[in-house]
Design a protein around this ligand. Structure first.
Ligand SMILES: [Zn+2]
Length: 131
């Protein structure tokens, strides 16, 4: 699925936040996730780590839910290590949680040819845990 202009803006905002606000000296890398809600608003989260931690995606999702959002269009996660920025897929736990809280969300990723694509959660998590 192709990206929209607002998807590209989401990526740029995530990259800007990674450059401006992730400055703890003891972390090997930082992740910022951005979520675009159906309302058109964007929500962001940064990973917070010590000897345990929370993924950026979950912070962004929490911010969006607290903002009253219940329907989502797309998400992107980006990691910075030094001066290198890269789009990364959400981890398995985040995929499970996205599936519960925002099953309609599309995730922006790089394919094998380094092209930006959007995939649905059934593609990311084909065999979801079921209670
Ligand atoms: Zn995660």
């Amino acid at each position: 699925m192709e990206l929209t202009n607002i998807d590209n803006e989401l990526i740029e905002q995530v990259k800007a936040k990674l450059g401006q606000n992730c400055d703890l000296p003891n972390l090997p890398y930082y992740v910022v996730a951005g979520i675009l809600a159906q309302s058109g608003k964007m929500y962001f989260g940064m990973n917070v780590d010590s000897w345990v931690g929370t993924c950026a995606e979950l912070v962004a999702l929490s911010n969006a839910r607290l903002g009253g959002e219940r329907k989502f269009l797309s998400s992107v996660s980006m990691r910075r290590a030094g001066n290198t920025y890269e789009i990364v897929p959400p981890c398995g736990r985040c995929r499970e949680i996205y599936k519960q809280y925002c099953p309609e969300i599309l995730t922006i990723l790089l394919d094998d040819n380094q092209n930006l694509i959007k995939v649905d959660l059934n593609t990311l998590l084909p065999f979801q845990y079921k209670e």
